[in-house]
Every structure is written in structure tokens, then in C-alpha cells.
Design a protein around this ligand. Structure first.
Ligand code: F6R
Length: 586
């Protein structure tokens, strides 16, 4: 998703902005740009590509001045072109803006501005903000009133930063993240603390419907009506600064490898919240789980766990589907929202629908300073450290561990979770990477992969297919074992690979039968199991663990397989094409 950044202080702005943009690269983007102000002149450079490449082409980081703004764009309105990259300048060149979000009424605003003689150079919705600001500034002649008027005219979701040629910065937040970093003699504005964490660990999380004015060393926060808001400074965990790959070739591999440790940490810092959650679940009439992508897949595992081990019935809802059937939510229920970032727009919308029905919101989140955390009644932290690779890996297993801890709490500790055993199993799988690498080489040119699992392994099959798609761009699909004969069997031939998730539990025999049926149609079988079988063409050995925790260990080989296949295909596993880490638009 787009990242915005701003700087005002006593150092050269451009190098700081470029560095901040690099740290936020993980959010996903296709183009980049920076603008600075010096001697009442705004200078602007931008282009399509990675920060590093555009910088070496046009030298973003030598723009002059101590005030500046920067942006990485993830295209929504208009193609990936230099002209559509941000910042966008107003027609007079007096104001430049960077924007994250979607201006829903941009067509109407653009037509109105055009009829008044304004010209537009891009296809973006964002450019209207620059010219609307110019129009309103010409009337009010002061930045505060200009902002009040402008935000009242914008519809949609936005956070934007505007730089005026008098050296003032202004920024507004409406349903998109915006954070101020407070330095000794400088201010930072950013969509993510990573934008400024190297410079300061003091942050102010801006509330929805507020805007900021920064004039040299003076900073003010106001609501959209212009009333002053008292800033609340939060100390951000220094852990966020720990976002280097170390000896690993990619963040994705680092994060996959960390799982033998992160499973111990999941929920550790919020044990009380797990206890409180289980108390609520015991007495709740209706419980819903929601999330997007990988987090939704984790919710499906949660549904199985709660029903099998705690006899609690729940419903898993894809967050983006809830607006189309909000009546599913019974009033006064519990909604458990799962989200690594806590900023997914779809999840936040699902939460707002549930809140309207007076539901209690319990969230399982990695980023404890996120919007979702602030919208929740109870927050359970995943505690797995920053996840930079766009494809979710360690956050998924941390979510599962928290769900395990909830059922353990519900059982009054009768359910045992053998953490050293799970951790040992993950380490063993990681050590077997050579076998997985060989299989990755075999599947790299395949066009279709299916992943089959039954019962609690079906959500893992869906999650595995998602990982394969994201990292390798190979078409992949999760199949519930019993559904094979109801359609997918028609697709099985010698061009197809099928990964069979088949640990030794009650699903084993039926799943082995499915493997044989598929093999009989000529498809190649990769078995993930604690025991080998002649049904498998390739076998990835699962260490023997307690059956309860198979879903965790069986996830790891497919994460690794997807990672190594991405390398074989020469795609970037950390930043898959077209994807963003934190999907803050609907
Ligand atoms: C998959 C992936 C996405 C996210 C989804 C939700 O690897 O990364 O599908 O899981 O966008 O993100 P969060 O969990 O941040 O709400």
C-alpha cells in the first residue's frame, strides 16, 4: 500500500525521507517520489520503480531543503507511470501533496476544478487534493482554514501530507494511518513508525478526523472543525528498529526460520487478555471470527479448535464479505478479529459493523499500536516481531498458537501444548531444506498446484495455496479432501502437482485414499506426512508431534517450498508483484 512521509527540522530532508521510504518498502509499491522546499521553492522528483533504482536515476536524496515529503505508490487510480507517481503539485507549484487512500468523489471535484481552469497532469484521484488546497488557500490565505475547508470537501479514506512553499507542512487523517514522530528538533510524519524509527522512538498516533500543522518547530493537532487536540506521546518499541535481514538472503526466509522461537512468544505479553477472552467466550451466545487472507485462514483453524476442543460453536467470516451480509451478526455477540497489521481496511470495516451491533471486539494483532488495537475491547498481541515479508508466515503460526492458548485456558489447562516439541519439529523441518529445495526445482515450471487436506488440515491447505500463489505466481488451490470427487478430480492429469497434507491423525486413511485416486489419474503427489507411502512421488517428512499441533508444523514445509520455488523462478519473495503488506484500502 502507499506510504507517505514528511519531515520538518534542522537537517536535510531528502536523505531522511529516502531512508524512511526504504524502511517502509515492505508495504508494497510500484513508484516513488520526493519533494522538498527550499527558499520558498518546491522541487519534486519521482519515477516508476524501487526506491534504490529511482534514486540512482534521478537522485531523490539530493533535493535541497530542510522540509520535505515523500511517497511510495501502490496504483489504484491510473496506471503505473511517472506522471501518476506522487508527490503531486498544485497548478501554481505552491503546494505539493502525497496521499494514501482513495478519494471517492474525485471525479466531481476534478470536474469542478477543471471548470475553474485547473489543469490535471495525472490520472490519479490524489491530484485533486493539491489543486483543492490551492483553491482554498487562495481564498483563506492561511493553512489552518485551508485544511478545514479541504477535508470537509473530500469523501473517502485518506491520509495526506501537504507541503506549502512557505515551509509549512499540513497533514490529515481519515481512516488511513498517520503517525507523528517527535524528535529533538524535528518532526516526522509517516504512515508507519518504520518511517522514522531510526530517528526517534516517540510517536503520536493521530486519531481519525484530526489534522496536523507543522511550522518550523511548532506542531499543532486539530480536529476537522479546527479545535485543538492534546497530543499523547507513546514510546514505540525499539524492536521495530530491528528490521534487518541479518545473514538471511530475504526477510521471508528470516521470518520462516524465526518460527521455532516466535511460537514461544505468541501471546506471552498479553496472558491476562487470553484469560479475559476465555471468560467472555464461556458465556457468549454468538461468537464470530474474522480476518482477511492469511488471518482469515487462521480464523478457520480457530473455528475447528474451538468446536473440537472447547465445544464452542463459532462462525468464520471473511472481513470483506461482511458488509454484504451484516445481518449475520447478532447483537451483543463477540467478534474476534485477527490481523497482523491491525490496519487492513476490510477488517476495520467488519469491526465497525460489529460495533454497531454492540458486539465486544477481541483482537489478535501483531502491531499493538494499530487502529484495530485502538478499536478493540481486548487485545491479544502476537508478539512475533515485525513481519516485513509481504507474505504472512510467522504471524500465521503465532495466530494459531494464540488460538491454542485460548482453548487451553478454556479447558482450565487440561489441554497441554508441548512448545519445545513444536519448536523442535519446526527446527527439524528447517534442517531438511535441501529436500524441499529439490522439490521446489521440480515444481517451478508447473502451471497448477493443488493442496489437499481434511478437517483441520483443510484451512492449512487453503493457506498453503495462498502462499504458493503469492510467492511463486503459480496457480494454486486448496481442496477439502472429500470434495475431490465432487469436481476437482476432473482437473487431475500428468501436468498437475498435488500436495497432500497427511499427518497421522483421524484424517490419515481417507487422505491417503485421495492421494491414490489422484495418482491413478497421472498427477504427481507431494506427501507431507510423518510416514512415507508409495502413493507419494515426493515425501516431506513431518516430525512426529502431538496431533493437536500438526497444523503448525505442517505449515512450515509449504512456506519453505513456496520460498524456494520463488527463488527458482527468480521472483522477489519479499515483495511479490502487485501485493501490499498492509491493505489499507477497500
Ligand atoms: C497473505 C497475506 C495477506 C494478509 C491479509 C491480511 O500472505 O499477507 O493475505 O494476510 O492482507 O492482513 P492483516 O493480517 O495484516 O490484516
Amino acid at each position: 500500500m502507499c506510504s507517505i512521509i514528511g519531515y520538518s527540522g534542522n537537517e536535510d530532508a531528502a536523505p531522511i525521507i529516502v531512508k524512511g521510504l526504504k524502511r517502509m518498502e515492505y508495504r508494497g509499491y510500484d513508484s516513488v517520489g520526493v519533494a522538498t522546499e527550499s527558499n520558498s521553492q518546491i522541487e519534486l522528483k519521482k519515477g516508476v520503480g524501487k526506491v534504490e533504482d529511482v534514486n540512482s536515476k534521478v537522485q531523490l536524496d539530493i533535493l535541497p531543503g530542510k522540509i520535505g515529503i515523500g511517497h511510495t505508490r501502490w496504483a489504484t487510480h491510473g496506471k503505473v507511470t511517472d506522471a501518476n507517481a506522487h508527490p503531486h503539485s498544485s497548478n501554481s507549484g505552491q503546494i505539493a501533496i502525497v496521499h494514501n487512500g482513495i478519494i471517492e468523489n474525485f471525479d466531481k471535484l476534478k470536474d469542478d476544478l477543471k471548470s475553474e481552469g485547473y489543469k490535471f497532469l495525472s490520472e490519479t484521484d490524489s491530484e485533486v487534493i493539491a489543486n483543492l488546497l490551492q483553491k482554498n488557500y487562495a481564498i483563506s490565505k492561511n493553512v489552518k482554514d485551508t485544511m478545514i475547508k479541504t477535508v470537509s470537501e473530500l469523501k473517502g479514506h485518506f491520509s495526506f501530507i501537504a507541503m506549502f512553499d512557505n515551509g509549512q507542512l499540513a497533514a490529515a487523517r481519515f481512516h488511513e494511518p498517520l503517525i507523528i514522530g517527535v524528535g529533538e528538533k524535528n518532526y516526522f510524519l509517516s504512515s508507519d513508525v518504520l518511517g522514522f524509527i531510526e530517528q526517534t522512538d516517540e510517536a503520536i498516533y493521530i486519531d481519525n478526523g484530526n489534522f496536523i500543522l507543522i511550522d518550523q518547530e511548532k506542531m499543532q493537532i486539530l480536529d476537522f472543525d479546527g479545535n485543538e487536540v492534546k497530543p499523547v506521546i507513546t514510546k514505540v518499541s525499539k524492536e521495530f528498529a530491528d528490521v534487518y535481514k541479518g545473514d538471511y538472503a530475504h526477510f521471508t526466509l528470516k521470518e520462516i526460520s524465526e518460527q521455532s522461537e516466535t511460537i514461544f512468544k505468541a501471546g506471552e505479553s498479553t496472558k491476562e487478555a487470553i484469560k479475559e477472552t476465555s471468560d467472555y467466550l464461556k458465556h457468549a451466545k454468538n461468537i464470530y471470527l474474522t480476518g482477511s487472507g492469511t488471518s482469515y485462514n487462521a480464523s478457520l483453524v480457530g473455528k475447528h479448535l474451538l468446536s473440537k476442543y472447547a465445544k464452542i460453536k463459532t462462525e468464520s467470516i471473511i472481513s470483506s464479505e461482511l458488509p454484504f451480509s451484516p445481518d449475520i451478526i447478532e447483537p451483543n455477540s463477540i467478534l474476534i478479529a485477527l490481523s497482523q497489521s491491525g490496519e487492513s481496511a476490510d477488517v476495520l470495516e467488519a469491526v465497525s459493523i460489529a460495533k454497531k451491533a454492540d458486539c465486544k471486539i477481541i483482537s489478535i494483532i501483531n502491531s499493538l499500536t494499530s487502529t484495530l488495537a485502538r478499536e478493540s475491547d481486548i487485545v491479544i498481541g502476537m508478539n512475533c516481531g515485525p513481519e516485513i515479508g509481504v507474505a504472512a508466515t510467522k504471524s500465521f503460526t503465532s495466530q494459531l498458537i494464540i488460538l491454542y492458548k485460548i482453548i487451553q485456558e478454556l479447558s482450565n489447562e487440561k489441554i497441554e501444548i508441548n512448545f519445545p516439541e513444536i519448536s523442535g519439529a519446526i527446527s527439524k523441518i528447517l534442517q531438511e531444506h535441501n529436500n524441499i529445495k529439490k522439490i521446489a526445482n521440480v515444481i517451478k515450471d508447473i502451471s497448477d498446484i493443488y493442496v489437499l487436506g481434511r478437517g483441520i488440515h483443510y484451512p492449512i491447505a487453503i493457506e498453503s495455496a495462498l502462499k504458493i500463489k503469492e510467492l511463486t505466481y503459480i496457480h494454486a488451490e486448496g481442496i477439502a479432501g472429500g470434495e475431490l470427487k465432487h469436481g476437482p478430480l476432473a482437473l487431475m492429469d500428468s501436468n498437475v502437482f498435488v500436495i497432500i497434507i497427511n499427518p497421522g491423525d483421524s484424517t490419515y486413511q481417507d487422505t491417503l485414499t485421495s492421494a491414490r485416486e489422484i495418482k491413478a489419474r497421472g498427477a504427481k503427489i507431494i506427501g507431507i506426512s510423518d510416514s512415507n507411502s508409495d502413493a507419494y512421488d515426493y515425501w516431506i517428512k513431518l516430525p512426529k508431534t502431538d496431533e493437536l499441533t500438526f497444523p503448525i508444523s505442517e505449515t512450515i514445509p509449504i512456506q519453505l517450498l513456496s520460498y524456494y520455488a520463488a527463488l527458482e523462478k527468480d521472483t522477489d519473495p519479499d515483495y511479490p508483484r502487485n501485493l501490499a503488506k498492509s491493505v489499507t484500502v477497500k
